[in-house]
Write a protein that binds this ligand. Structure first.
Ligand SMILES: Cc1ncc(COP(=O)(O)O)c(C=O)c1O
Length: 390
């Protein structure tokens, strides 16, 4: 018999929602109208000026590798974005363009994690983070977080959970699945707690730009040594182009460049050329309109779900998710999701995909559908609750 595949690959869990998605596709193929609230990407296609720039790049034959760090013009444009959005002066030399925020996570975990070392992560959180850690033989130290701490790590939790094998903490602001944001003081005290322990802080800022009624501060405003992940996927609406970036402390850049050369050579060149159009005023105007639309959707869905009895204890300020407690209805979250898919053809994600802490009675709704579809979803959910026997 052949050797088994690696223990690390076996240890990585699939997205549990995929089983529901497969069933949703089956229902759709059979002619049912499924409302998808499980999908973590904007429903808008990429803005026209970006597509045009991508088409021009292809027409001009921009189809080869770029430098491993990315196109100099794009790194400068990203640095310019930090200057206008955050008032920050970031040297473009510190910016590496990556294949998605996922590529930036791969670089950061490859650079910062040795076998057996621990990283503090919030539970619930984005599941791939702990899987990236597993891939580099590190371990996620999951810190249970709830509404009382805004579902975020803080300095007290770092103090409580840090042990002799801990080397860093990774947070996301705004977070997936909860949409909560760390303010400047919280970022500063978290950074201080990690720095005092000689650890590294990685902040996932890929939902920046998608905040409602406020702007999320970057950790770079308060901590120059933090590693920052960002992406063209969410605010810039380019999920399929696979493009993101990492801002690293100057001392880390040469090692990161070496890793990038080896792991993926470069981010997609046509996507990089297309992304140059992201920072033009006409594009930003489109993106800001979309942000307002996401804000309107949140302002509709949040009270509507609360009224039906879903527990959403803190108002999410960003991303496009609502993480809801279903205890009031009884039963297990996975069965709950399956019930709504089968009876009402509404798909959403069970808490199990985001960790272990109280996962069995939480679900995530993504408001990545138009307002009329969300209204229809709420009607169906109301009806489905009447037939749910938790
Ligand atoms: C918190 C978080 N980080 C990173 C990613 C990776 O996204 P991408 O590789 O498309 O930039 C996602 C995607 O959903 C996410 O939710």
């Amino acid at each position: 018999m052949a050797q088994p595949y690696s223990a690390r690959s076996r240890a990585i869990e699939p997205f549990h929602v995929m089983a529901l998605l497969a069933r949703a596709n089956e229902l759709q193929a059979a002619g049912h109208d499924v409302i998808h609230l499980e999908i973590g990407e904007p429903d808008f296609t990429t803005a026209a000026p970006i597509i045009k720039a991508g088409q021009a790049a292809l027409a001009n034959g921009e189809t080869r590798y770029t430098a491993a760090r990315g196109l100099p013009a794009l790194r400068e444009a990203i640095a310019g974005f930090y200057a206008t959005r955050y008032g920050l002066n970031i040297d473009p030399q510190r910016i590496l363009v990556t294949p998605g925020g996922s590529g930036a996570l791969l670089l950061a975990s490859s650079l910062l994690v040795d076998p057996g070392k621990h990283w503090l992560l919030a539970d619930p959180g984005y599941p791939c983070n702990r899987h990236f850690l597993r891939l580099v033989e590190g371990a996620a130290q999951l810190v249970p977080v709830g509404p009382e701490v805004n579902y975020q790590l803080n300095a007290d939790l770092v103090e409580r959970y840090w042990d002799q094998d801990s080397v860093g903490a990774l947070v996301a602001s705004p977070a997936n699945p909860t949409g909560t944001v760390l303010d400047r003081e919280q970022l500063a005290s978290l950074a201080k707690a990690v720095r005092e322990r000689h650890g590294h802080l990685v902040v996932d800022e890929i939902y920046h730009g998608l905040t409602y009624g406020m702007d999320a501060p970057s950790v770079l405003e308060v901590e120059d040594q933090a590693f920052v992940l960002n992406s063209f996927s969410k605010y810039f609406g380019m999920t399929g182009w696979r493009l993101g970036w990492l801002v690293a402390p100057p001392a880390a850049v040469a090692d990161l460049e070496k890793l990038a050369q080896n792991l993926y050579i470069s981010a997609p060149s046509m996507a990089q050329h297309a992304a140059l159009a992201c920072f033009e005023p006409a594009t930003l105007a489109i993106l800001e309109e979309r942000r307002e639309e996401f804000g309107r959707r949140r302002d509709f869905l949040l009270p509507a779900l609360r009224e039906l009895g879903f527990g959403i204890a803190v108002e999410p300020q960003g991303a496009f998710y609502l993480y809801a407690d279903i205890s009031a209805f009884g039963g297990d979250a996975f069965a709950f999701c399956r019930h709504f898919l089968e009876t009402e053809h509404v798909a959403f994600t069970p808490g199990l995909d985001f960790g272990r802490h109280q996962a069995g009675h939480h679900v995530r709704f993504a408001y990545t559908q138009s307002m009329p579809r969300l209204q229809e979803a709420v009607e169906r959910i109301e009806r489905g609750l009447r037939s749910w026997q938790g």
